[in-house]
Design a protein around this ligand. Structure first.
Ligand code: C2O
Ligand code: CU
Ligand code: CU
Length: 481
């Protein structure tokens, strides 16, 4: 990659405040000094037993801008890292100090349905001043996350999300692990306050709410010092409402070892672009190949195809003489997913709507309405002609039943389709392929097929994780009994 790679905030006024970036380096170094190598870095013992959702003021924009009032868990965004060993319980008391009801969803966990955190489906939203106890087992190792699941398109955009890490009993050998939460924020360029036009039709009917300030771990221009030949495990989480992150490595040699928490059968060399859709995660093992004095980068390809630094890794010194051998695969998780499609129940989901789409009409409240009428009610999208979550599920499945679900995207936008409670595999040429996933990016006008075994009883959402799309029609559910 030629030329200098710098951090760019997207369209937020471009102030490349050097003092800020230096301060970031200082902070990161201080945090790193505390971290011991190996597992259970620091979070497990210090993680709070409560998860309080409240308003807080943080410095999101570069120095020189005012602070931003956000909603965060434990006063920060991303919220505290929750870290457990595979098979352990996660217990957290959600305390709602927000001005509106909320709930927490544990994204990607094959969870007990009552703990899934979907307000209106698996629990009542927790009213302001009230609390709710979440208690569940994390059966699969991997990189997961938690986020608000009541009025998600507003609450997640305001900052209510955090990492949930489930460690392997035998983790891969690395020098350091970094959780990198990629996000974007839509801020007023003058005041740095969160733009509260969450229901703006233009965004809802197009790609969703795209921010103008891109951050990693709540900071613009994050920088992490490293040494040459150091091996890192990067746990990437896309926590943004709607932004798709195309990522590349510069000065780093890397392998993808897991997607959506689930290990790949073999590590895949990361040569080209890794596309991370909203809600998706990727575990990378990367070796620092840049020389001391240089800076390696996790690179984001901008809309204009210009590379920008998502995370900078300034290199000083050398941690070893020579590079290491390619990493081994991560140990597989217990659920292997669908193996055969014989007797699989065929389902079909047709997505329509959006700007420049072909949706003439759809149902809302049992009534067929034209696109304009739907738009006037804030509904721009539909699944199988339903512009809202229906009383009846998309499918009533018996426990253990294999399912093949065809997803037909008739819109001119990509959608990140997420299934709660169970993981699926892609079906290509009639066969399940690739790792288990919980979120699939379906490109504009594309048809894809996924397969899963309905092995987790309960009511499970299936929705677009471009969160304003979900709110404006792209949400359905399946029942497993
Ligand atoms: Cu991560 Cu229903 O969501
Ligand atoms: Cu989920
Ligand atoms: Cu969508």
């Amino acid at each position: 990659m030629a030329g200098e790679i710098v951090a760019r905030p997207d369209t937020f006024p471009e102030i490349l405040a050097m003092p800020t970036r230096r301060a970031f380096i200082g902070q990161t170094a201080a945090v790193l000094a505390l971290a011991v190598s190996g597992r259970h870095v620091s979070a497990a013992s210090h993680a709070p037993a409560t998860l309080t959702a409240r308003k807080v003021s943080v410095q999101l924009a570069p120095d020189g801008y005012p602070a931003t009032s956000i909603w965060g868990y434990e006063g920060r965004a991303p919220g505290p890292t929750i870290r457990v060993l595979q098979g352990e319980r996660v217990q957290r008391r959600l305390v709602n100090d927000l001005p509106e009801p909320t709930s927490v969803h544990w994204h990607g966990i094959r969870i007990d349905n009552a703990m899934d955190g979907v307000s209106g489906l698996t629990q009542e939203a927790v009213a302001p001043g009230e609390a709710f106890d979440y208690d569940f087992v994390a059966p699969d190792a991997g990189t997961y996350w938690y986020h608000a699941h009541n009025r998600s398109w507003v609450q997640v955009a305001r900052g209510l999300h955090g990492p949930l890490i489930v460690e392997e009993a035998t983790p891969p050998e690395v020098d350091r692990e970094e959780i990198l939460v990629l996000d974007d924020w839509l801020l007023d360029p003058e005041t740095a306050l969160i733009d509260d036009s969450f229901d703006q039709p233009m965004m809802m009917s197009h790609g969703g709410r795209i921010g103008n300030l891109i951050t990693t771990n709540g900071r613009f221009g994050l920088s992490i010092p490293v040494a040459r030949h150091m091996r890192l495990r990067l746990r990437l989480i896309n926590a943004s409402n709607a932004r798709i992150f195309p990522l590349q490595l510069a000065g780093l040699r890397g392998w993808t070892v897991a997607l959506d928490g689930m290990p790949l059968a073999a590590p895949e060399p990361l040569q080209d672009v890794l596309v991370l859709a909203p809600a998706q995660r990727a575990d990378l093992i990367v070796d620092v190949t840049a020389e001391a004095g240089e800076t390696a980068h996790l690179v984001r390809i901008g809309n204009d195809d210009r590379p920008a630094s998502q995370v900078a890794f300034p290199v000083s010194g050398s941690s070893a003489q020579t590079p290491r051998a390619a990493p081994a695969p991560l140990p597989p998780n217990p659920g292997v997913g669908i193996r055969s499609l014989t007797d699989a129940r065929p389902l079909r989901l047709v997505m329509s709507g959006g700007a420049m789409g072909r949706m003439d009409s759809a149902f809302l409240g049992g009534e067929r309405m034209g696109f304009r009428e739907l738009a006037a009610r804030g509904r721009f999208w539909a699944f199988n002609e339903m512009a809202e979550m229906t009383q009846a599920p998309l499918a009533d499945l018996s426990r253990g039943e294999p399912v093949r679900l065809e997803i037909v995207n008739e819109t001119v936008f990509p959608h990140a389709m997420h299934l709660h409670g169970m993981h699926f595999r892609e079906i290509r040429e009639g066969r399940p392929v690739g790792p288990m996933r919980d979120t699939a990016l379906v490109a504009a006008q594309e048809t894809r097929e996924i397969g899963f075994v309905a092995d987790n009883p309960g009511d499970w959402l299936f929705h677009c994780h471009m969160l304003s799309h979900a709110e404006s029609g792209m949400m359905t559910w399946v029942r497993v009994t």
